[in-house]
Design a protein around this ligand. Structure first.
Ligand code: CP
Length: 305
């Protein structure tokens, strides 16, 4: 039997998500536990990362696991032409679980099909970023005390943003209403609208970042324009600074509003927002440690008291 993996957030049920949030809450109370003692965890980052890799590695260190891996493909034998399959087969000889980020969409699914150990998708191209979604949902629950019936305004690069694509699927169990704010060049791909339509999820599309899209929201989810996904940099130049959230734009927002961002940010949130109590993106990134501890223990069938 294949081991459990986390490739696509859509593979997790409502109950799975709630169970793992509950475990992450336990880790937030007490992150230092010897639960990965004797385990080796591999972090294979074929694409750059700050938060995802370092929060996974912090999570593992706090659970007393060991880490092998690379943060730069240039230091791996992929540069000599080794295939992804061979890399995964090799690393699975060494590690109990593999955390992988790769530029190719579907690479994590493929890895999970050939791997004898669990695979965690730490981002595959513009496709999915399921552990980001898990920590986003944890942060939403933490700040709203519910996941049900919320209005989520998602702003920016909805075409290439893998965190956005995962978030739509992850929240689909909780009757959300989405406001999708993006320029024509980066609007939400048709397949995600079809996904919403099939599940009766309400959504509205806007090209302007209007006061109404901010003031009606419980969560304002800002995103960066994904420069690395553009094949034509002229196209990137046209849209790179299309929307910027400034502090004064939050003055009529709902009292419970929180501003989230998967980070890194470039210019889409002005620094003057950082001191507003509605800004929650740094705490959100901090939650990545607890949520990733919970995800790893869940996949390795480790009970958390
Ligand atoms: N949110 C996120 O994936 O950040 P990194 O690219 O720094 O890992």
């Amino acid at each position: 039997m294949k081991p459990k993996s986390l490739v696509n957030i859509g593979d997790y049920s409502r109950d799975d998500i709630i169970r793992i949030i509950e475990t992450a809450s336990k880790f937030k109370q007490q992150p230092n536990r010897p639960l990965l003692k004797g385990k080796v965890c591999a972090t294979l980052f074929f694409e750059p990362s700050t938060r995802t890799r370092l929060s996974f590695e912090t999570a593992i260190n706090r659970l007393q696991g060991r880490i092998v891996g690379f943060s730069d493909t240039a230091t791996s034998s992929a540069t000599k032409g080794e295939s992804l399959k061979d890399t995964i087969m090799m690393v699975s000889n060494y590690a109990d679980i593999i955390i992988m980020r790769h530029h190719l969409e579907g690479s994590a699914r493929y890895a999970s099909e050939v791997s004898p150990v669990p695979i965690i998708n730490a981002g595959d191209g513009a496709n999915q970023h399921p552990t980001q979604t898990m920590l986003d949902i944890f942060s939403i629950y933490e700040t709203q005390q519910t996941l049900q019936d919320l209005t989520i305004t998602i702003v920016g690069d909805l075409k290439y943003g893998r965190a956005v694509h995962s978030l739509i699927e992850g929240l689909s169990h909780f009757n959300p209403t989405f406001n999708f704010v993006a320029p024509q060049e980066m609007k939400i791909p048709e397949k995600h609208k079809i996904y919403c339509d099939k599940r009766g999820i309400k959504y509205h599309e806007f090209t302007d970042f209007s006061p109404n899209s901010i003031n009606s929201a419980d969560i304002l989810y800002m995103t960066r324009v994904q420069r690395e996904r553009f094949t034509d940099l002229m196209e990137y130049e046209k849209v790179k600074n299309i929307y910027t959230l400034r502090n004064d734009m939050l003055s009529d927002s709902k009292p419970n509003l929180k501003v989230l961002h998967p980070l890194p940010r470039v210019k889409e949130i002005d620094q003057d927002v950082d001191s507003n109590p509605k800004a929650y993106y740094f705490q959100q990134a901090g939650n990545g440690v607890y949520m990733r501890q919970a995800v790893m223990c869940d996949l390795l069938n480790i009970e958390v008291e």
